[in-house]
Write a protein that binds this ligand. Structure first.
Ligand code: PLP
Length: 369
């Protein structure tokens, strides 16, 4: 008989989780204005229509929200041409990722993702009692052959952030389909399309078509990025009927609050606001990529609203030193050591003032003796 436990002990896997550390938001001492470029938030803010809808809910705080987010699922369904019955809303897509994992992964099962894949996948797998498996990337891009090679009879779920965070790279839809074709039918493919709206590539697709035509693919989306509602925690998924049914059984009955539902409906119907955000990103992404690369900093080509910068460490030009230098001038960026990228920093594309300051500050950093 094993010794009696002296206190409650979490299930195996729980204590293996290294808590997710969000992007910093505090200013360095003495800095008056800060530019938070550490969490891929939009510099345009939320739609004014979403803010008004949010404020109106403040008059009805005593009421429970609609537990099935009906109006929001209808609005999303109308926008994307999807059956609302196959949509689920969540408290951020993070909640949906963990619900999916809890529904399909247990002890002895493996969850697969790529080397620099979004960290929430690993946390969700461990929390569900499963085993995380990592497939190496090539040039900071998901390598579909490596993903296929890492499948085992125990694989239950495969996550693909496309585009990926923190790398900003994507794989063409043909490659997504090749990965899907290699999966046994019982393996769930989760396409995390958090940055889909920003992508301007003809060979990219978020995965709606694959979900519609398969039994084992889901797509997750978020209101945190281009819609500017990160503070409200709102995301959604589109999936096959049986997957939707499983997730609906385990989700909290009121997992999305009423303010998020109302703001989400307004946000998804404000296409002009989304278009403005896309135009802003299209204008700055190439400019920042080029200007930062010209300083001798390697920039991974991104299709998202952020850039991954690599510091070679020569003459003390390390990511750590750059992070401190930027922070001292009010620019908060994301260290990505937790992703196995200690020599890199992730920088969100901000407003014009922030972007100019990033280039100016990195120029000063690279020139400093
Ligand atoms: C930001 C992000 C999300 C969205 O998370 P929310 O919980 O919806 O805020 C999901 N996946 C990736 C890859 C992200 O970068």
């Amino acid at each position: 008989m094993s010794a009696a436990l002296q206190r409650p002990v979490p299930r195996p896997g729980v204590l293996q989780i290294e808590a997710y550390v969000p992007g910093k938001s505090a200013a360095a001492p003495g800095v008056t204005k800060i530019h938070k470029l550490s969490s891929n938030e939009t510099p345009l803010g939320a739609s004014p229509l979403a803010k008004a809808a949010f404020a109106a809910v403040g008059q009805k705080l005593e009421l429970y929200p609609d537990g099935s987010s009906t109006l929001l699922r209808q609005a999303i369904g109308q926008k994307f041409g999807l059956d609302p019955a196959r949509l689920i809303c969540g408290s951020g897509s993070d909640e949906i990722l963990s619900l999916l994992t809890n529904a399909f992964v247990g002890p002895g099962d493996e969850g697969l993702y790529s080397e620099y894949g979004f960290l929430v996948y690993k946390i969700a797998i461990l929390a569900a009692g499963g085993t995380p498996v990592v497939a190496m990337e090539r040039d900071f891009r998901t390598d579909v052959d490596a993903m296929i090679g890492a499948l085992t009879p125990r694989t239950k779920i495969v996550y693909l952030a496309n585009p990926n965070n923190p790398t900003g790279t994507y794989i063409p839809f043909d490659e997504v389909k090749r990965l899907h074709a290699a999966l046994p039918p019982h393996v769930l493919l989760v396409l995390d399309a958090a940055y889909a709206e920003y992508v301007r590539r003809n060979d990219y697709a978020s995965g709606l078509e694959l979900v519609a035509t398969s039994e084992n693919v889901v797509m997750t989306r978020t209101f945190s990025k281009i819609y500017g509602l990160a503070n409200l925690r709102l995301g959604w998924m589109y999936g096959p009927e049986a997957v939707v049914d499983a997730v609906n059984r385990i989700r909290g009955p009121f997992n999305v609050n009423g303010a998020a539902i109302a703001a989400g409906v307004a946000a998804i119907n404000d296409q002009a606001h989304v278009d403005a955000a896309v135009a802003h990103n299209d204008a700055w992404l190439p400019v920042l990529t080029e200007q930062i690369a010209a300083l001798g900093i390697r920039v991974t080509p991104s299709v998202g609203n952020f850039l991954l910068l690599h510091f070679d460490g020569a003459k003390g030009k390390t990511a750590k030193a750059a992070d401190a230098f930027l922070a001292s001038r009010g620019i908060i960026v994301r260290a990505v050591g937790a992703y196995g990228l200690p020599d890199a920093l992730r920088v969100t594309i901000g407003d014009a003032e922030a972007n100019r300051l990033v280039v100016e500050t990195l120029t000063a950093f690279m020139q400093a003796a």
